[in-house]
Design a protein around this ligand. Structure first.
Ligand SMILES: [Zn+2]
Length: 657
């Protein structure tokens, strides 16, 4: 791949077994994964009428028959196993081990002698293996297999799935590359790159790191592998008719990764690739690559991201478009893309340090990712609009991808198991240990047991960040005896972008805030119990967009902490577009307990409704004769929308001067 590799030992990832999430909001969603989501999805993956997922493995294990469903369907089961693994690790998943083992046995039996594993190609097109990387998703499925295997091994120390994944990865490492007899290609849908990095970390085998780097650096090089491959099919797609007249930006192959100045193409592919780039940049101390990551981060988060932390504004091809083009009713904003943004932010925070990365992670999590699943865990959003009029969401129009209700499943079912594995492993986003530093990135009530520099700590976080703007931490070290010999440990607590002032108390006494790279720093240099109390002075606030975002011109949105609020028809009647709000309107908090989940504040404020009385009866057009009426409107957290039936929804509200 060119440059010499300097391998740095990876940083410690927190064990989920040491973290318990007790938060009233996130705790609900985390419990939902083991209580509802995993059994619900297991039934669907096994239901041959609903999906063909496990059925395909069964047929492939028997070595004859036909695979059905979409070409990348194998990946759904891998993500489900990964979610199970995280549940086992966090202590909520033991009852799923038998199901997982049943699935793993089938996967093992479906694997071919040389390590190849893909039910579609094994059964339907064995002679076409690795011939259609643009569309075939073989490397994508392999990536999810590897991620599942690493997580399952970490949680259970059982090696069967890891052995299957290594055999598959070893085959891929032999088949792909620039050497003689190797295929100089790369995946049409990225994810294997970051999966190989995980496999490398768990095995210490450089081969996986090298192939991950190869896949990244080979991408977009001339002659373009995808163009050459498509020529062999005379440009005619095999799986996806929309791939006719293929735009190389779609899969980020328009140029090599160091020259990708802006985020382009399919948003999930881009996010997974950027995450892998950050992984490799960190591992190999590749400064040029890290700079490329920073440029892309900047482009995404300052020009192409919704207020809800979603990305990919085009319904057509699920892709990024130009800067500031952020329509609110026709956007794609896939749940998986926001999960990808969380992954990218987590890695950038590690590589570059700075609170702004977790501001974005938090925004994506609290809004789009949580909106991706309902409060009972059995309905899902794939597309996450910021404005919905249900009747307008018609098939065979440019809004056919927008669903006004969460769905029970999808023929392309990437999002539901992705939400499951993300929530099941949420602990990895809260806390991070780096040498003698303990980072606290998110304010989610929880407990952590950590061993830092030989010292054992118990951390209890009580967060009221969305209710009061406050966080309390109790840090207990029980066993220390010789204080003089204690290594210094620093607790670093993120200062969120919405803090309007910081008041700190340590052990009941006011303390000067010491902030480094956006993190409040506390040296823990004596044992016993410390209490840290922080008031970030969070208040509900109106947010407006840059004038370049035409869709939000003359509008504002209500936020409180990381939560974006929206209006729903059930509270405010129909025609939410007729509501105008003054920036000076008094925002009243209704009782938190009335919220359907998590004791989240619900707000109420005065606004005006504009109605045109110049248009009479059944007339479509008429004279402008507007009348204004004072109304009270009620705003609820966006993540909870559509949990009380179908209706209109609106985030950006018109401003009344
Ligand atoms: Zn998805």
């Amino acid at each position: 791949v060119g440059k010499e590799i300097v391998v740095v030992k990876g940083q410690k990832i927190m064990d989920l077994s040491n973290i318990t999430i007790t938060d009233s909001l996130l705790g609900h969603y985390c419990r939902l994964v083991s209580d509802k989501i995993i059994p619900y999805q297991w039934n669907l993956l096994n239901d041959a009428n609903a999906t063909h997922c496990i059925e395909n493995y069964r047929i492939a294990a028997g070595k004859q028959g036909e695979s059905k469903g979409v070409v990348f369907q194998d990946s759904d089961l891998y993500k489900w196993i990964e979610a199970v693994a995280f549940c086992i690790e966090n202590g909520s998943g033991d009852s799923f081990i038998l199901m997982a083992e049943e699935a793993i046995d089938l996967i093992e039996q479906a694997q071919e002698e040389d390590g190849y594993l893909n039910t579609y190609f094994t059964l339907n097109a064995p002679q076409k293996k690795w011939t259609n990387l643009v569309e075939g998703h073989e490397l994508y499925c392999a990536g999810h297999l590897i991620e599942a295997a690493v997580a399952y091994y970490k949680a259970t120390r059982r090696t069967k799935l890891l052995t299957v994944a290594r055999k598959n990865a070893d085959l891929i490492c032999r088949v792909f590359g620039n050497g003689e007899g190797q295929i100089p290609g790369y995946p049409g849908h990225q994810v294997i790159e970051l999966a190989l990095m995980k496999l490398y970390h768990v095995t210490n085998d450089d081969t996986y790191l090298n192939t991950a780097r190869y896949f990244l650096y080979q991408r977009g090089k001339e002659p373009n592998y995808f163009l050459e491959e498509m020529k062999k099919r005379n440009g005619i797609p095999e799986f996806f008719h929309e791939f006719t007249d293929y735009d190389l930006r779609y899969s980020q192959t328009h140029t090599d990764i160091l020259h990708q100045e802006t985020a382009e193409g399919h948003a999930v592919r881009a996010m997974y690739m950027f995450s892998a780039m950050a992984d490799v940049a960190m591992e190999c101390r590749d400064e040029e690559l890290l700079q490329a990551c920073k440029r892309l981060w900047e482009n995404v988060t300052t020009k192409k991201m919704y207020i809800t932390g979603s990305v990919g504004s085009s319904g057509y091809l699920e892709r990024f478009t130009t800067d500031y083009n952020l329509p609110n009713h026709s956007n794609y904003s896939e749940t998986c893309a926001s999960i990808g943004l969380m992954m990218f932010g987590q890695r950038m925070a590690k590589a570059d340090r700075g609170a702004e990365y977790y501001d974005v992670v938090e925004r994506a999590l609290y809004n789009t990712v949580l909106a991706g699943v309902n409060l009972t865990g059995d309905r899902y959003f794939y597309v996450n609009p910021l404005e919905v009029v249900p009747d307008y969401c018609m098939d065979h129009t440019d809004l056919q991808h927008v669903k006004p209700n969460r769905q029970r499943w999808f023929s392309v079912a990437c999002c539901p198991p992705n939400v499951a594995r993300t929530l099941a492993s949420l602990g990895q986003y809260l806390y991070e240990q780096d040498g003698t530093d303990l980072y606290i990135h998110l304010f989610i009530s929880s407990t952590l047991e950590a061993e830092i520099a030989g010292r054992k700590f118990k951390v209890t976080m009580d967060s009221s960040i969305v209710q009061q703007g406050t966080v309390q931490l109790k840090i207990t070290e029980e066993q220390a005896t010789d204080i003089a010999q204690l290594a210094n440990v620093t607790i670093k607590i993120r200062v969120p972008e919405y803090a309007r002032g910081i008041n700190v108390e340590q052990d009941g006494e006011k303390k000067e805030a010491v902030i480094n790279k956006g993190y409040l720093c506390f040296d823990i240099n004596f044992s016993g119990t410390h209490t840290i109390f922080i008031d970030f002075n969070v208040r509900p606030r109106w947010v407006a967009a840059n004038d370049k975002v035409r869709a939000d011109e003359g509008k504002m949105a209500l936020m409180n902490g990381p939560l974006v609020y929206c209006l729903e028809q059930i509270d405010n009647g129909e025609n939410l577009a007729g509501i105008y709000v003054r920036t000076t309107t008094q925002i009243r908090m209704l009782s938190c307990e009335k919220a359907p989940c998590g004791e989240l504040p619900i707000y109420e404020y005065q606004a005006t409704r504009l109605a045109n009385e110049g248009v009479k009866g059944q007339q479509l057009y008429g004279e402008p004769d507007f009348v204004e009426r004072e109304v009270w409107v009620k705003a609820v957290p966006y993540c909870l929308w559509n949990n009380r039936g179908q209706g209109e929804m609106l985030v950006w509200q018109k401003v009344k001067l």
